[in-house]
Design a protein around this ligand. Sequence first.
Ligand SMILES: *[C@@H]1O[C@H](CO)[C@@H](O)[C@H](O)[C@H]1NC(C)=O
Ligand SMILES: *[C@@H]1O[C@H](CO)[C@@H](O)[C@H](O)[C@H]1NC(C)=O
Ligand SMILES: *[C@@H]1O[C@H](CO)[C@@H](O)[C@H](O)[C@H]1NC(C)=O
Length: 480
Amino acid sequence: MEDPIETRNSNLSTSMRSYENLPNHQLDDEVVIVMVPFLAQGHLNQLLQLSCLISSSYDLPVYYVGSATHNRQALLRANALNPLDIAKIHFHDIPLPEFDSPPPDFNALNKFPLHHQPLWDASLHLREPIATFLRDISSKSRRVIVVHDSLMSYIVQDVSSLPNAESYIFNCISVITLYCSLCLFSGKSIQLGEELLKKLPPLEGALPDEVKNFMDFQSPYMDIKSGDIHNTSKVIEGEFLDLLAQVESKQQWAIGPILPTKLNNISNRNNICLEWLNKQPPRSVLYISFGTSTTFSDREVMELAMGLKQSKQKFIWVLREADRGDASTGEARRFELPERFEERVKEVGLVVREWAPQPEILAHSSTGGFMSHCGWNSCIESITMGVPIAAWPMHSDQPRNGFLVTEILKIGLTVREWEKREELVNASTIEKVVRKLMASEEGDAIRKRSEELGEAVRHSTEKGGSSQIELDSFIAHITR
Ligand SMILES: *[C@@H]1O[C@H](CO)[C@@H](O)[C@H](O)[C@H]1NC(C)=O
Ligand SMILES: *[C@@H]1O[C@H](CO)[C@@H](O)[C@H](O)[C@H]1NC(C)=O
Ligand SMILES: *[C@@H]1O[C@H](CO)[C@@H](O)[C@H](O)[C@H]1NC(C)=O
């Protein structure tokens, strides 16, 4: 039987990244890589993927260092990774002081997950144990390479005191966001062209002061890095990578998408979403998920439910609240849906309240659209799988990611303008945008562009493709 996931990804599955492009003498077991992720799902996940990629394709030892709680969470939620690859990673658990893990405030107008603040504060205590770990490992290796989140810059600062260690920031946001922020901080003008500049969403309202303070606190240590790695591809953000190079002096590598290249070997084939998708026509299903950091109010959930129903389009809706600081604590909120909603939409839609295998859903040939908060992970996954996006950004870099998707790449539609972020998005707005994306000529044209871009992005991770070349070049650099 033809496998819908494999079919969509035949390119990917044949393109297992390997080190055959690298001269052998550059592979050196004495180079050790230490990954230090920021303690939130969207960040844990990316460095775990990078760990698997580097360890399996280049045969280098990789340590994944974090709190026991979050290391466990990363493992539990490892979508689409090969268990054999995960088994090669050395997980190093560090105890974290106890921290409060309150539920998200689902009525807050600002969607930023501020309830994680106690966790961020606790995470600062990782500095000492990580320094001890790095000292120990540096005494036993020729070189230690620390790859960390920019929000962990304070914690890994002791790299600078070790003669044989160097660090690289793995950027978890789009390069367009990074570039715009750097311009703002350094007082340079953003080179975007007048028309686009007018449409660029303002930074205003994207980050609460608490977060800005946390970032300011980290920023003195960010310059310790020897370079940056970006989870993007020249095919997606070539223009912005070039612009970034004008304002950033350290070396840059665009190695994304860091996709598990072997979706044909997934462990969750029997997942209810994938089984349901197997029964739907090609490109007919809208996938809806707002990530792990957004919680909707009851009113917003009601409007979305009504809008979906009125659109008469097929859908899979992942209905979850934002993670707590420790995602394993507390009871999940039971969202109210219109009466007998799930039963009434049974033929057209599926509501899922558990962790969903997002990359596999997006890779499935029945999926034809993604309503998304435009977190960078979700954008990259959707772009790579050739799925157009109904953009509904919530906070942080998401408004700019949405702008990239709709205005620059033109592979999506806007659900709600950033300026109207404090207004309720009503059912009729949702119905309209869903119909336009899933059942209109304009939607088909957008879908076609998405598929073409996805194809090009997947090619960039194959032998000779730009992302593969950049990754090889990064590995050659650190193993020099
Ligand atoms: C990097 O890209 C992949 C898609 O290839 C995605 O699955 C992963 O979560 C991304 N990480 C980040 C933060 O960009
Ligand atoms: C898939 O995984 C199994 C073990 O989990 C392994 O034996 C097999 O070789 C893998 N296949 C591919 C194509 O990687
Ligand atoms: C829904 O919202 C849109 C945009 O804000 C508005 O134009 C429209 O009148 C609203 N419709 C209803 C039925 O409230």
